[in-house]
Design a binder for this molecule. Structure first.
Ligand code: GAL
Length: 689
């Protein structure tokens, strides 16, 4: 290229860039606030003349995000192939004028009537063989190829239109994946999935021990779907297939969006806390952000179980998450839909942020005038005027705005991890052996006292890297694959303390019995094992270095084979078999340690077991001692730590701080904070050395 033509080209390029400049400028929006308050808004349910009044009230409450579009398929595509997105574009633009960003939901949880009428195979079939009908939601068949084509198509049309919209922050795929289909085509997809996993029928027959009850398969097409009572290998495979199918259902829409949307637009979906209808680690791994719907239902916020559900969600992608739906006061689906108390909604919002939520979004702004959820809590009433709760949410909005700059870029960090596995939860639930043995309750029985001491816990899958933790607790790791066993052994060998709880290491990766006693492949490391387990009719007494107390629901008779194994607790008089036998053992292995707890300790005993676990592992509270009922939630930044304190006790409490700290909410430096019931403090200090 000659000098002149080069010069001409650069001039041309400059001219082109210049002409694009206004468009690029238009295509930008200021970044949304770091801690967002949001609400679900369904503009399609209201005359456009009403939008402005709603958005003005939202802005006044400090709301900066609306979730729009989920369930609006019949408005976006009123008949096959006829699209209307103009109203949606106007809604996004109207919100933007009020400084409100939009998260667009794909509407696939609510297919339009024309679709399912013309293509009935897109409707799911339940286990009894009944096909769902139009009139509710979630009636679609998650594995059906025709449904997937339509889902992809609507997602693609939305992304083409809004993938560059500066006020669209991100995308939510579908809504609360839950109902699956048992139709013949899904069954043959399952059989294909099994073929890919097991290769040969001989392999499958042997790993499932199908010789039992003459279940041996001579053709893949003979394999049924069982979801509650069936061969344990089949049950586990079905749930893994379901998880993979939800993942591909989601990916189908994600790919359509990714092809047309700017990378800054995140993709998420809304999950449901402890819901175990699929393996959330499988399904969420493709997402940019984890998000969940946090509802109390009947009663009041339980900071322990709710906090654990936050930590579980944070563990999906091991980073901050969103509370993408939460209740403004009350729901409409619990047996008694009582309202949260005055101040409790605000306390809950701060509890969310304390556990790593960067957004709290209320469902919903206003009830549809007709529809299944007329009684649900809202921020404005049917008259369009603020509900009593509005002013409390307005306060949250002000507080998020004030504290956002300090909280930006901060995240919880923990010295303690609790391991959680869907395989193990399913395996225990299918064969509880004691009807009251709830694997989530088992996790929470450890979580509560350990959280109170350490003031921060991560809940993560057993495949996660563990070296950052001083203490790793696996309450019910029933299914233990060889890979996970290696991860745990490596953790102990590098100096960590692994605590195994009841029913650990009993099953292999096919949900079959391990051929070694529990904890299976970890027996050599433990230097001891479970000789026998017993479901209990009544609690049995135990005593030892944690004190004396009761063992509930389940008892495991332990033996200490190696001379360096220390017995921590022993059973008292019980069924004869257990009397005087080891109930909890521990062994130092190099710089690390492994402990097995064969009991379900009563609350008092668990508190002292938790104290021992943390003491022996060198775990320290994040802030320091606080009065009972006050929750401490630390979020760490590059230079500072922000402590969110929430008083969930019924009385006023005073927390003495270990050193004077900055009061982010009210300004000034404080050596102590006094909190009324549901009171909140946000304080910050330089990172501890
Ligand atoms: C959620 C759902 C919302 C709304 C809400 C009511 O499960 O995602 O659309 O129905 O429940 O509590």
């Amino acid at each position: 290229m000659s000098r002149t033509s080069f010069h001409f080209c650069s001039l041309l390029l400059a001219a082109v860039l210049f002409s694009l400049a206004p468009a690029m400028a238009q295509n930008q929006a200021p970044p949304p606030p770091p801690i967002l308050l949001g609400t679900a808004w369904y503009p399609e349910q209201w005359p456009e003349s009403r939008w402005e009044a709603d958005l003005t009230l939202m802005q006044q409450a400090g709301i900066h995000m609306v979730r729009v579009g989920e369930f609006a398929w019949s408005r976006m595509e009123p008949s096959e192939g006829e699209y209307d997105f103009d109203w949606l574009e106007r809604a996004i633009a109207a919100a933007a004028k009020h400084g409100i960003y939009t998260v667009l939901g794909t509407p696939t949880a609510a297919p339009p009537a024309w679709l399912t009428q013309k293509y009935p195979e897109t409707l799911r079939v339940d286990e009894q063989g009944h096909r769902a009908e139009h009139g509710n939601r979630q009636q679609f068949n998650f594995a059906n190829p025709t449904y997937r084509e339509f889902a992809r198509d609507i997602a693609e049309h939305m992304a083409r239109r809004f993938g560059h919209n500066p006020y669209v922050m991100g995308w939510q795929i579908d809504n609360e994946y839950s109902d699956v289909s048992f139709d013949p085509d899904t069954r043959s997809q399952f059989q294909q999935w099994l073929k890919a996993r097991y290769g040969t029928l001989d392999n499958l027959n042997s790993r499932w021990t199908t010789a039992y009850w003459s279940q041996t398969y001579s053709d893949w097409s003979q394999i049924p779907i069982e979801s509650t009572y069936g061969n344990p290998g089949l049950l586990l495979s079905w749930m893994r297939f379901v998880s993979d199918t939800w993942r591909s259902y989601q990916k189908n829409q994600m790919d359509a969006i990714r092809a047309h949307a700017e990378r800054r637009q995140f993709i998420t979906t809304n999950t449901m806390g402890w819901f175990d209808g699929f393996d959330h680690y499988t399904v969420t791994q493709d997402l940019d952000l984890a998000a969940w719907d946090d509802y109390v239902g009947e009663g009041h916020l339980n900071p322990t179980s709710n906090g654990a559900a936050h930590d579980l969600t944070r563990g999906f992608l091991r980073k901050n998450f969103w509370v993408i739906e939460t209740q403004p006061g009350n729901v409409n689906w619990a047996p008694i839909n009582n309202s949260l108390d005055k101040g409790e909604v605000r306390a809950m919002a701060w509890h969310d942020v304390g556990h790593g939520a960067d957004t709290v979004s209320y469902w919903q702004w206003r009830s549809a005038l007709n529809g299944q959820e007329e009684y649900h809590g809202t921020l404005v009433g049917p008259d369009g005027a603020p509900a009593p709760l509005y002013s409390e949410v307005e306060q949250v909005g002000r507080e998020f705005a004030k504290t956002g700059p300090v909280l930006a870029g901060t995240t919880p960090k923990s010295e303690v991890a609790i391991l959680h596995s869907y395989d193990s939860r399913w395996a225990i639930n299918w064969q509880r052996h004691n009807k009251n043995f709830d694997p989530v309750k088992e996790i929470l029985s450890y979580y509560g006292p350990l959280r109170a001491i350490s003031q921060s816990i991560d809940i993560i899958p057993p495949t996660a890297p563990l070296s950052q933790y001083k203490l790793v607790v696996a309450p019910g790791l029933n299914v233990l694959s060889d890979g996970v066993a290696q991860n745990l052994i490596a953790y102990v060998r590098q100096g960590g303390h692994l605590v195994l709880g009841q029913r650990s290491g009993m099953k292999n990766d096919d949900n079959g019995l391990q051929t070694e006693r529990q904890p299976g492949p970890l027996v050599p490391l433990l230097g001891g094992r479970v000789e026998q387990y017993y479901a209990l009719l009544n609690p049995v007494p135990v005593e030892g270095s944690w004190g004396s107390g009761g063992d509930e629901l389940w008892a495991e008779l332990l033996s200490a084979k190696s001379p360096d194994v220390e017995v921590l607790e022993r059973y008292g008089k019980s069924n004869g078999w257990l009397d005087g036998q080891p109930a909890a053992i521990t062994r130092k292995v190099g710089k690390g340690r492994i402990t097995y707890i064969g009991i379900w300790p009563d609350e008092r005993l668990m508190a002292s077991a938790a104290k021992w676990m943390t003491d022996v592992s060198g775990v320290k509270p994040a802030l320091g001692p606080v009065p009972e009922g006050v929750e401490v939630d630390p979020r760490y930044g590059a230079h500072d730590v922000v402590y969110i304190l929430v008083n969930f006790s019924k009385a006023q409490q005073t927390v003495t701080l270990p050193a004077p700290m900055q009061d982010v909410l009210n300004g000034g430096s404080r050596s102590s904070v006094t909190l009324p019931m549901y009171g909140v403090a946000v304080i910050s200090a330089p990172l501890p050395k």
